[in-house]
Each structure stands twice: as C-alpha cells, then as structure tokens.
Design a protein around this ligand. Structure first.
Ligand SMILES: Nc1nc2c(ncn2[C@@H]2O[C@H](COP(=O)(O)OP(=O)(O)OP(=O)(O)O)[C@@H](O)[C@H]2O)c(=O)[nH]1
Ligand SMILES: [Mg+2]
Length: 304
C-alpha cells in the first residue's frame, strides 16, 4: 500500500526485549505441544499475523483463529474465511469474549491434536494430556480465549498489549493443557499503514504511535468505509467530515471536551474516539479485505 499518505512517516520499530525473549521461549516449548492455535484479530487477519510464526511452526499442526469477530464487518469476515480456507488453512471465526459453550472448539482441537500426536509416534499416545499452544500478536484475545475454554479466569487479560508476560500452562478437565503465551510482534513491519492497523486494533501501545496520529488514521479508515454512517451520526455528523480537524471537533463537541474559549482538548478527544472504535460503538468495521482472487482460483462460496 505504498500509495498511503501515512507511509511517508517513519515506523516506530516497536519490538521490546521481552518480545524477543518470549519468541525464544515459544520456540523452545514448541516441541512439547501437539497443536498451535494462532490467534489473529478478525478486523485485520493479515496484518495481525506474525510472519515469523510460519517459519517457527514449520510442520506443527496449526489452526487460525480470527477473534473479536463481534467487532469486524461480518461480510468481510466471511470473505476472509473463504479466502484463507481456499489457501488451505483451518479457520475459525470466534468471539472469545462471550464464547459461551466451548465444547465445539474443544472437540475440534482435540481431534487435531490427537491426530498430530499419533502421527508423531505411538509411544507418545495416551501417556500424557494433549498440549495446545495459543500464540499471536499482543492483545488479540489469547488469554481471554483460555479463560473461556477453561471456564475460569485463570489468565490475566486487559485492553492493552503486553498483559501476559510469561508462558503459562492451564490444565483443562478434559485431559488437555493449554499454553498461554505473551503477544509477540516482529522486528520489521513492512509499512506505516500496517503498523497503524496493528495499533488501531490495540496490538501496539498507543504511546508508541501517538494518540492523535492514531485518531487521524481512524478518521481515514472510517472515511474509506462504504457505510460508516453509524460512526458519523454518533458524533452528530450527517456525512463524512472532510478534514481530521472537523472530525475531532465533532468528537470534542459530543463528548464535552471543549475547553474554555471553545478550544478542543485534542488528546482526550482522540482517546475518546479510539475507545469508541475499539469498543464497537462506531459499528462493525474491518481494517482490511482479502486480496482479489484470480479467475482461475477456487471460487468463493455463496454467503450462508
Ligand atoms: N470485543 C471483543 N473483545 C475481546 C474479545 N476477546 C478479547 N477481547 C478483549 O481484548 C483485550 C485483550 O485481551 P487479552 O485476552 O488480554 O489479549 P492477549 O492476546 O492475551 O494479550 P497479551 O497478553 O497482551 O498478548 C481485552 O480487553 C479483552 O476483553 C472478543 O472476542 N471481542
Ligand atoms: Mg495475554
């Protein structure tokens, strides 16, 4: 996306030491696990996928879980699911928060993990619980998923990246162990828009990017949506504001963030808009769509 006006900005290069360590720890423990659940954000399934995992996982069986489906545009998510499945991935679209009964997910994980364990050697079979690693970039809902699967709040969760700092095993009743891992990014993100998509989804700390730049990116994202009227009307606007200044002024007005003399509290207004987006109050918005399929590729299934 080199045409993006944001791509002239320099990248933050946010890759703190604890992520490097966490990546190594994941690699070490990998030989102990039967199945890897790679969690990504359903609003940005490509951008929130750590490219390093592919090399790291090698032949280890893996499942791709598109989480926070409640925040993503369902039509776009169905396209992503079809696109990824056509590429040979096993894909689940879920809401870890409010998952309800995890039985169906657990049954499919069990089946895959058992098959993998059997394939690795009969010796291993049935001598120990199945082991499933949950991996992904920060803040995609790995720990929330583990809590939902284990019917308890054993893993710490929070609306910021970097909540989980260490590998943590959680034993399920059903003869299965889940490994919660810290969110891991990679050292070189390709372009600024990619970094901004990650940040908007909460995978990179706001302070690293700058709250106002993020809010400006949000305004651009909303402006690109074919139907963003829910977002605009929330701020008392009838149509897309043509400038960021108009957007943030409307947010400030609606949120009571005008200071004496009518000055806008820019930082708090930007924070409020981001919070609205992240909590789904601006509608279900996807940050990217799958690439167009070539004519000779498998056609998409009709919408169910
Ligand atoms: N809307 C919505 N929010 C979710 C969902 N799953 C998780 N969250 C929220 O996302 C935030 C991050 O969740 P965590 O489970 O801490 O994410 P994590 O991947 O473990 O994050 P790190 O430990 O920082 O890598 C929390 O505020 C969760 O409540 C979901 O399905 N939908
Ligand atoms: Mg966590």
């Amino acid at each position: 996306m080199t045409e993006s006006p944001f791509n002239v900005l320099s990248l933050s290069g946010w890759y703190p030491g604890h992520m490097l360590k966490a990546g190594r720890a994941m690699q070490e423990v990998l030989r102990l696990v039967d199945l890897v659940i790679e969690v990504v954000d359903a609003r940005a399934p490509a951008s929130s996928r750590n490219p390093r995992f592919r090399e790291m996982l090698q032949s280890r069986p893996a499942v791709l879980l598109l989480n926070k489906a409640d925040l993503a545009d369902p039509r776009v998510s169905r396209r992503w699911q079809a696109y990824l499945e056509a590429a040979g991935e096993r894909v689940f679209l879920v809401e870890a928060q409010g998952l309800g009964d995890p039985a169906r997910l657990l049954a499919s994980w069990r089946q895959l993990a058992e098959a993998a364990r059997t394939e690795r050697g009969a010796r291993l079979a049935r001598t120990r619980p199945l082991r499933v690693m949950i991996a992904g970039v920060p803040n995609v809902g790995k720990s929330t998923l583990i809590n939902a699967m284990s019917a308890g709040r054993r893993a710490q969760v929070g609306p910021k990246p970097g909540v989980t700092r260490q590998n943590q095993w959680v034993t399920l009743r059903e003869d299965m162990e889940l490994l919660d891992t810290p969110g891991v990014l990679w050292p070189k993100i390709a372009d600024k828009e990619h970094e901004l998509r990650l940040a908007l989804a909460g995978c990179i700390r706001d302070e690293v990017i700058g709250i106002e730049l993020l809010a400006e990116f949000l305004w651009v994202v909303l402006s690109r949506q074919p139907e963003a009227s829910a977002a605009w009307s929330r701020y008392g606007l009838e149509a897309a504001p043509t400038t960021y200044a108009d957007f943030i002024a409307a947010v400030a007005r609606r949120r009571g963030l005008l200071q004496a003399g009518g000055r806008i509290d820019h930082e708090r207004s930007a924070t409020a808009a981001l919070k609205d987006f992240r909590e789904g109050r601006l509608g279900r918005i996807s940050l990217e769509v799958p690439p167009e399929r070539r004519a000779d590729e498998v056609p998409e299934k009709a919408d169910a």
